[in-house]
Design a protein around this ligand. Structure first.
Ligand SMILES: NC(=O)C1=CN([C@@H]2O[C@H](COP(=O)(O)OP(=O)(O)OC[C@H]3O[C@@H](n4cnc5c(N)ncnc54)[C@H](O)[C@@H]3O)[C@@H](O)[C@H]2O)C=CC1
Ligand SMILES: CC(=O)N[C@@H]1[C@@H](OP(=O)(O)OP(=O)(O)OC[C@H]2O[C@@H](n3ccc(=O)[nH]c3=O)[C@H](O)[C@@H]2O)O[C@H](C(=O)O)[C@@H](O)[C@@H]1O
Length: 450
C-alpha cells in the first residue's frame, strides 16, 4: 500500500487540483459550479452534446435558483469548461466526480448501465495519482462490487489511484445552498482515499463532513430517502383517515406537531421527483443478490403511488355531486412539476392525475409556467381564460406563483367554483367564505356533508 498521496493532497488543499465532473444533470451541474466557485478549475463532461452547447451559452435545461447566474460567472472566470470528450476530460483531471443517473428499469430494478459506462470510460485512462469520486446514489454493494472492479482494470486502488463514494444530499430548488450547508458523508474503502475526499469536500462544504465505511454510506443515502418517503406516506394515510372522520388534516397537524416529539409532514397528491420514488427500490435490490423484503417501505411506496388516483376520485366525486358528468366537465390542472418551484416532472403525481382524468372523459387543461410537459392534457398559456371555461381547478404543484393567485378572482372567473387544493396553498376558511367548494387531501367536509 502506497502512503498518503501528498502531491495530490497538496493540490487539493491549495485549490490546484483539476476537477472533472461526469454527468452534468441536476447533481453534476451544481457540483461542478460549486467546486468552481470554491476556486477549482472544473471541466464538465456529458454524453449529451446539446446540453453542453446550451451550457456554453449559459442556459441550463432545468430551473434552479441562482444557477444561470453562477454558470455565467464560472464561464466568465475561465475556470469552468465543458468537454464532449471523456478521454480528454479524464486525462487532464486530478479528481474525477461521477454524477450520472442511476434510475430504475421498467421492471423496477436498479439500472446501473450509465454508471457502468461512465466507469468504463474512466478505466480506459491511466488513473495514476487521481482521485475518483462516485456521487450517484447506488444500491448497497455497488462500489466494491461494480465500480472498483471496473476502475481497477489497469490501475490499483490505494497504489495508483484513490476512490470514495460521496452521496449527494441536495434537494432540487435549493440545490446551490444545500450543496454547501448540508453535512456531507464520505464513504471510504481505504483510509487514504477517505482522507483525500475529506479534504476535497471540506473545500466546498461549510458544514460537517462525516466519514464512514463505504457500505454504510451507500445504505445511508437510500435509507434517508426511504425515511422521507415513509413519513410522507404516513402523512398521506393520516389525511385519508381525516377524510373519513370529516375533520381537517391541517388543523390536526397543527395540534399534533405541538407535541415536541411529533413532526407530521404534509399530505398531498403523491410523491414524485428523481429520487424518493426510486431510492427505496435501490435499497431493497442489492445487485446480484436476493431482493430484501420490507413491508413498511414497499407499502409506503404503494400509498404514495396511490395518492394521484385518490385525487382523481376527489375530482370526479365533486363533479358528480354538482350534478354533472365527467365527460361534460373541464378541469384545469395547475402544475406538472413534482414539487414547488422546480421544472422537473420526473415521477410527478400530475402525470397520473392528468391521464386518469382524461380517461374518465374530462377535458383536461394544464398550466405550469416552469414546464411545457402536458402528460396528454391540453396546455394553456392563458390560465385565466382557461379558468373561465373550467368546472374544477386542481392545484397539484405549490409553485410560489400559484400561491399568489387571488381567490376572489378565481371564484368570479370559474364556471363552477370547485377547487381541489392538494397542497393547501389557499386558506380553506377564506375559500369557503367566498362560496368556493373547497376540497383537499385530508379535507373533504363539503363532499361528505352533502
Ligand atoms: N436530482 C437530485 O435531486 C438528486 C439526485 N441524486 C442522485 O444523483 C445521480 C444523478 O442524478 P441527476 O443529476 O438527477 O440525473 P440527471 O439525469 O439529471 O443527470 C445525469 C446526466 O448524466 C449524463 N450521463 C449519462 N451517462 C453518462 C456518461 N457515461 N458519461 C457522461 N455523462 C453521462 C446524462 O446525459 C445526464 O445529463 C442519481 O444517482 C441520483 O439518484 C442524489 C441526490 C439528489
Ligand atoms: C431525505 C431527503 O430530504 N431527501 C431529499 C429528496 O429531495 P426531493 O426534492 O425529492 O424531496 P422532497 O422535497 O421531500 O420531495 C419529494 C416529494 O415528496 C412530496 N412531499 C414532501 C414533503 C411533504 O411533507 N409532503 C409531500 O408530499 C413532494 O411534494 C415531492 O413530490 O431527495 C434528494 C435526492 O436524493 O434526490 C435528496 O438529496 C434530498 O435531500
Amino acid at each position: 500500500m502506497k502512503s498518503m498521496p501528498t502531491n495530490l493532497l497538496s493540490k487539493v488543499e491549495n485549490n490546484e487540483a483539476k476537477i472533472c465532473v461526469i454527468g452534468l444533470g441536476q447533481v453534476g451541474l451544481p457540483t461542478a459550479l460549486t467546486f468552481c466557485q470554491s476556486g477549482f478549475d472544473v471541466t464538465g463532461h456529458d454524453i449529451n452534446k446539446d446540453l453542453l452547447s446550451s451550457l456554453n451559452k449559459s442556459k441550463t435545461p432545468f430551473e434552479e435558483k441562482g444557477i444561470e447566474e453562477l454558470l455565467k460567472s464560472c464561464i466568465a472566470s475561465n475556470k469552468f469548461h465543458t468537454n464532449s470528450s471523456a478521454e480528454d476530460s479524464i486525462k487532464n483531471a486530478d479528481v474525477i466526480i461521477v454524477c450520472v443517473a442511476t434510475p430504475l428499469t421498467s421492471g423496477i430494478m436498479p439500472d446501473l448501465s450509465y454508471l457502468e459506462k461512465a466507469c468504463l470510460s474512466i478505466s480506459e485512462i491511466s488513473l495514476e495519482n487521481k482521485l475518483v469520486i462516485i456521487e450517484s446514489s447506488i444500491p448497497p454493494g455497488t462500489f466494491k462490487g461494480l465500480v472498483l472492479p471496473i476502475l481497477e482494470k489497469r490501475s490499483k486502488l490505494g497504489k495508483d489511484f484513490w476512490a470514495a463514494f460521496v452521496p449527494e444530499r441536495l434537494a432540487p430548488g435549493t440545490a446551490l445552498s444545500e450543496i454547501k450547508t448540508t453535512p456531507r458523508v464520505i464513504g471510504y474503502a481505504d483510509e487514504n482515499s477517505g482522507n483525500l475526499a475529506n479534504s476535497l469536500y471540506k473545500k466546498m462544504v461549510t458544514s460537517q463532513v462525516v466519514s464512514t465505511p463505504v457500505e454504510v454510506a451507500e445504505i445511508s443515502k437510500l435509507v434517508e430517502n426511504a425515511f422521507r418517503d415513509v413519513n410522507v406516506a404516513f402523512a398521506n394515510e393520516v389525511g385519508l383517515i381525516c377524510e373519513n372522520y370529516g375533520i381537517d388534516v391541517s388543523e390536526l397537524i397543527k395540534v399534533c406537531n405541538s407535541h415536541p416529539r411529533v413532526k407530521l409532514l404534509q399530505p398531498g397528491p403523491g410523491v414524485g421527483g428523481p429520487c424518493l420514488p426510486k431510492d427505496p427500490y435501490l435499497l431493497l435490490n442489492p445487485p446480484g443478490k436476493k431482493r430484501i423484503e420490507s413491508k413498511m417501505i414497499t407499502d409506503s411506496r404503494k400509498i404514495n403511488d396511490n395518492m394521484p388516483f385518490h385525487v382523481v376520485e376527489l375530482v370526479i366525486s365533486a363533479i358528480t355531486e354538482h350534478g354533472k358528468k365527467a365527460s361534460e366537465s373541464t378541469v384545469l390542472v395547475l402544475g406538472v412539476s413534482y414539487k414547488a418551484n422546480v421544472s422537473d416532472t420526473r415521477f410527478s403525481p400530475s402525470k397520473d392525475i392528468v391521464e386518469q382524468l382524461s380517461k374518465n372523459g374530462c377535458n383536461v387543461i394544464v398550466y405550469d409556467p416552469k414546464s411545457t410537459e402536458t402528460f396528454g392534457g391540453r396546455r394553456t398559456e392563458d390560465m385565466w381564460d382557461s379558468l373561465s371555461q373550467s368546472d374544477v381547478l386542481v392545484i397539484v404543484t405549490d409553485h410560489d406563483e400559484f400561491k399568489r393567485l387571488d381567490l376572489g378572482k378565481i371564484k368570479q372567473t370559474m364556471r363552477t367554483p370547485i377547487v381541489i387544493d392538494t397542497r393547501r396553498i389557499f386558506s380553506r376558511s377564506m375559500a369557503e367564505e367566498l362560496g368556493i367548494k373547497y376540497i383537499s387531501v385530508g379535507y373533504t367536509k363539503t363532499l361528505k356533508d352533502k
